[in-house]
Design a protein around this ligand. Structure first.
Ligand SMILES: Cc1cc2nc3c(=O)[nH]c(=O)nc-3n(C[C@H](O)[C@H](O)[C@H](O)COP(=O)(O)O)c2cc1C
Length: 255
């Protein structure tokens, strides 16, 4: 019998949330998708902890459900809960997750949205200040304490159906799928090729080639690379300042 947390995260907020929930195993969704980690056979409780992207679930969560979860015997899985970290507009993310699970013969038993600092550069060009981030994190912590108690007690609390569900779902799937991000660049004068970005990119979209760091074509615009670069060597038009984040950069390294 074990409680597993499957975590998707760009800038680490969802990992901060996961840290506050009692569990036996914690895996990154991408490591499960890539077969670098495996769900244990005795998993009877599963928590899916993820950031809201464009009002819905991000690609890694979708692939986790479609390629990992639906590919195993889930008869022993009695309780699935979810935490959707977000910047204040969770929209349909939890109902999207629930319906996606239902498409695969599963269902959410409990889901809660928790507001976290938002570091999405196209909308938040100025970095969230340390003080503001700490204030939001304090409130999130309170909410997460209650969620931890609820999920420990296997409380049932289903998300609402979601406003204009089908339209929003279509939009969010399209908008949050990996694609080239031509505006995100590396300043070669600042880059020291430490490969932090290579190691933490959740999509494995950054690589080193012939001594140069190259950004590939499947970016999910989480901007973890931008915010966590120790040299501030990533650039994005109009963006200034990095979001320090709530967990250590070393914890974002994928396997
Ligand atoms: C591509 C992208 C899309 C986002 N879309 C939304 C959104 O629709 N609603 C919202 O409230 N927050 C949105 N956010 C903010 C994140 O959900 C929020 O900051 C989250 O806590 C990030 O979690 P992470 O650090 O685990 O990646 C978005 C962030 C990104 C990077």
């Amino acid at each position: 019998m074990s409680t597993v947390l499957a975590v998707a995260t760009g800038t680490g907020n969802s990992l901060f949330a996961a840290d506050r929930i009692k569990h036996d195993h914690l895996y990154f969704a991408e490591d499960l998708i890539n077969g670098k980690d495996h769900l244990p056979d005795d998993m009877d409780r599963l928590g899916i902890i993820f950031p809201v992207y464009c009002g819905g679930i991000l690609n890694a969560v979708l692939r986790f459900i479609e390629e990992v979860l639906s590919d195993r015997d889930n008869s022993g899985l009695g309780y699935i809960f979810a935490i959707a970290t977000n910047g204040g507009l969770p929209l349909n993310a939890l109902s999207d997750l629930d319906r996606t699970l239902q498409d695969h013969g599963l269902a959410l038993s409990y889901g809660k949205a928790v507001r976290m600092p938002d570091a999405y550069l196209p909308l938040q060009k100025k970095a969230v200040s340390k003080e503001k981030a700490e204030e939001i994190a304090r409130k999130a912590d309170e909410k997460l304490k209650a969620i931890a108690e609820d999920t420990d007690a296997e409380k049932i609390e289903l998300p609402g159906k979601g406003f204009l569900y089908r339209t929003v779902r279509r939009f969010s799937r399209l908008a949050s799928s990996p694609r080239p991000n031509e505006k995100l660049r590396i300043d070669p004068a600042k880059c020291i090729r430490c490969k932090t970005c290579v190691r933490i990119c959740p999509e494995g979209n950054i690589r080193e080639e012939d001594g140069r760091i190259i950004i590939g074509n499947s970016c999910i615009s989480c901007f973890a690379c931008y915010h966590r670069c120790p040299e501030g060597a990533m650039t994005y038009p109009g963006a200034a300042g990095q979001y320090e984040g709530l967990v250590e950069t070393s914890r974002l390294i994928r396997r």
